[in-house]
Ligand binder design. Structure first.
Ligand SMILES: Cc1cc2nc3c(=O)[nH]c(=O)nc-3n(C[C@H](O)[C@H](O)[C@H](O)COP(=O)(O)OP(=O)(O)OC[C@H]3O[C@@H](n4cnc5c(N)ncnc54)[C@H](O)[C@@H]3O)c2cc1C
Length: 465
């Protein structure tokens, strides 16, 4: 599989610490003509992601950086880099779009930052299916598949900069999850091709449920080089904003629209006032004092959507979705972008990620609202989860200190609102309900025996060799 001779230089005991200068020099020498960047300013800048959303992670991760960026041109290069890293015991962290929120792509032990973005070729498109390089941007994928009437079933609100591999390895769901659930739902990842981190790397095809072994594992369970993803019918989508006097009326209507199976939608996001007052270019469509529902509705369903709404709210915006170059699509006010819109002018806030129980949804939203009226400003996303319609909550939280944040988390949990903590950087502590229950730890032992893939991110892993 590889053209470098394996096991010719075996360093001493395995250490989770940084690689020595000699090991790095030997590694770079082994890489031959594969492009590398050693300029420390560039390496430091690209070793960051959006961890600064969290004041806690900001303290822990600021200044952590790789030693070198390596940019493979194809899978053969990836195999060569993986072999060299294994041989010289140099840590390797994959970086794609770099839009992760929890320091997922921040190398804790230096080493190689593997820029995977050149692996962006589309292998094939079939009705309802695509096979594509892991480094392909999601907006580029949709632009290609939409010619044949299909698009990705779901994408994060970072669709214009994030890659499909980064979404599978680091994300959970997003625009489209109201119809298809998250990436963790069976069938939402069809297959993944993975390079192992061994002196003689293997290239493994994970099909069906096995592909979940790399889902939201932060690149600790192999380097994904290609993905097979299911597609959905591509509709002419209409961006819609509806204003409500009362946030709970907004949530109630959103829930009805979410449950209305005949209405084709891709996004339903209730946002409480005063959050829309931070919404920059969208502010003109957000009346003072009103909570809003941000929605994407298929054009043929718009009439039914309006009929369901009646006079309960006022539609202030109705325009075809446009996420072409130079445009700011409406979905960039939803999911994790909502918090970003606020952070642009107020760096004292942070956020949480909640999962509401589907059978007590409205009551629980009202309960949390009453418990933290000014401290936790509600922003919900309707999703399907395990076959039920419920809400993911991404509230904006006025940050006091870590202790209070932990109290807020504990109070949510005590009231059956589950939290996937975005203020921790390990897979186990942060993911909670966002991953499926597959044996990612066992798989890591198979594919990364020295523990070199994004070390420190899978807390329960101890290297076996
Ligand atoms: C404003 C904002 C909005 C967001 N909205 C959403 C949202 O709606 N839904 C959501 O799920 N997430 C969201 N996110 C998080 C993030 O944008 C997505 O998860 C995105 O898909 C990550 O893709 P990326 O290419 O930027 O990956 P990166 O940030 O580069 O990487 C993410 C993780 O995956 C690993 N990785 C990347 N590529 C590979 C590969 N080929 N093989 C192995 N490991 C790999 C990295 O090591 C890292 O651990 C948001 C973040 C921000 C800042």
């Amino acid at each position: 599989m590889t053209d470098v001779s394996p096991l010719d230089v075996l360093p001493g005991p395995i250490s989770p610490n940084r690689a020595s200068t000699q090991a790095l020099a030997a590694l770079i020498a082994d890489l031959g003509d594969i492009p590398v960047v050693t300029d420390s300013t560039i390496v430091r800048r690209r070793s960051r992601d959006f961890f600064w959303y969290s004041p806690i992670l900001n303290e822990q991760l600021n200044g952590k950086a790789a030693d070198v960026i390596v940019a493979p041109r194809d899978e053969v290069d990836v195999v060569r880099v993986a072999a060299a890293c294994a041989r010289h015991r140099v840590p390797l962290t994959v970086r794609a779009g770099g839009t992760g929120n929890y320091g997922q792509a921040v190398p804790l032990a230096g080493g190689v930052l593997l820029d995977i973005t050149a692996l962006d070729a589309i292998e094939w498109i079939r009705p309802g299916q695509i096979r594509v390089g892991a480094g392909a941007k999601m907006n580029a994928i949709d632009a290609e598949t939409q010619h044949s009437g299909f698009e990705l079933r779901m994408h994060p609100s970072t669709k214009r900069t994030a890659t499909i591999g980064g979404f599978v390895a680091g994300g959970s769901g997003g625009i489209g999850s109201i119809s298809y659930g998250g990436l963790r739902e069976r069938g939402n990842i069809l297959a993944a091709r993975v390079v192992t981190l061994e002196p003689e790397p293997r290239v493994i095809e994970l099909r069906g449920d096995a592909a979940q072994k790399v889902n939201r594992a932060y690149g600790t369970t192999g380097i994904i080089t290609a993905l097979e993803m299911p597609l959905a019918p591509s509709w002419p989508w209409i961006d819609v904003v509806v204003a409500f006097d009362d946030f709970m009326d907004c949530v109630e209507f959103g829930f009805e629209a979410a449950l209305a199976d005949g209405i084709v939608k891709k996004l339903l996001a209730p946002v409480t006032w005063p959050l829309p007052s931070y919404f920059g270019a969208l502010k003109s469509w957000c009346p003072e004092g009103k909570s809003i529902l941000i929605a994407m509705i298929a054009e043929p369903s718009l009439e039914s959507f309006k009929a369901l709404l009646g006079r309960r709210g006022v539609m202030t915006l109705q325009t075809p979705t446009d996420d072409g170059p130079g445009k700011v699509p409406l979905y960039e006010y939803t999911w994790n972008h909502t918090t970003l819109q606020v952070l642009k002018s107020d760096r004292t806030v942070t956020y949480l990620q909640c999962l509401y129980p589907h059978d007590r949804l409205l009551a629980k939203v009202a309960e949390m609202r009453a418990m933290f009226p000014d401290e936790v400003l509600q922003h919900l996303e309707f999703i399907r989860f395990n076959g039920q319609v419920t809400c993911s909550g991404l509230p904006v939280v006025r940050y006091r200190d870590a202790q209070r944040l932990n109290e807020i988390i504990a109070l949510h949990e005590a009231h059956d609102v589950h939290i996937a903590n975005p203020h921790v950087y390990t897979v186990e502590d942060g993911s909670r309900y966002k991953r499926v229950d597959v044996d990612q730890l066992g798989f890591k032992h198979e594919v990364d025996p020295y523990g070199l893939l994004n070390p420190g991110k899978m807390r329960s892993f101890t290297a076996s060799r």
